[in-house]
Design a protein around this ligand. Sequence first.
Ligand SMILES: *Cc1c(COP(=O)(O)O)cnc(C)c1O
Length: 300
Amino acid sequence: MTIENYANFKKVFVQKIHAHWLTNKNITLHVLRLDVLHPVVSGNKWFKLQYYLQDATAKNYTAIATFGGAYSNHILATAYACKQQGFNCIGIIRGEEAKVLSHTLVQAKSLGMELQFVTREAYKNKEAIQHQAPNIYWIGEGGYGALGMQGATDIVKLVPDLDQYTHIICAIGTGTTLAGIVAAATHQKVIGISVMKGNSELHQHIASLLNEDDKLKNWEIDHNYHFGGYAKYNNALLQYMREVWHQYQLPTDFVYTAKAMFATEHLIKQELISRQSAILLIHTGGLQGNASLPAGTLPF
Ligand SMILES: *Cc1c(COP(=O)(O)O)cnc(C)c1O
């Protein structure tokens, strides 16, 4: 099923950022706004899911299950996509059930996802969990895998005039999306901003999704912009998000896209991205995650 089949999906677009720190280095920065796709399944998650759902349909599965934490955009996107396509859906959630469910889990549940909470210890052994339910179509945590990466290549196909860009930048969780971007890149340098602290396995995880030719393309992971680790933030990051909103009307999420935007600006100012570059930043969505911040933290 393509985006057009979803009546309530909006058209993504490219936003040009106007700023002194760009013009004074003769750099252009465009943001691919995947966040506008849909309020619930915004961003890269729907792209990563589409071929898994197709595969599950082709193999006559009626139920889909996947893994994630209490704030996982992937859990919510899976719940939504399964409802759309008529699959029963189970979310294996890391950790004990909280007295008050997160905003993400409340939404996933209301979309019909059955939530199964497992201890952090049990969660580590995903194969054992999958083994107990062989009649279910299992999607890896975060949509990691070959079909997820194939779906992510479709993101790049949406970009008008791709060849004008010298760089593509994107936040990384599992690396599935980055792998798809690398596979679909023509000549661009692809930079992934890891949102985890010192995730040393990331390079291998991404490389193992790429074929031999794509592995040799110009791509790298930057580990310097995690702000303390996955889903960690500080006042400087929140302040930066407010500024980005006021100056460019660009909403970001504190887990992924704010860190990617911050990194982009910093790399440019440090001249780690050279003058005259034409950069495409992928806004991977995920704005629903901001609902876990205290009310009133952000102006959008
Ligand atoms: C999940 C997510 C990512 C990371 O995607 P991966 O394919 O796991 O690397 C980036 N941005 C947002 C907003 C996400 O929700």
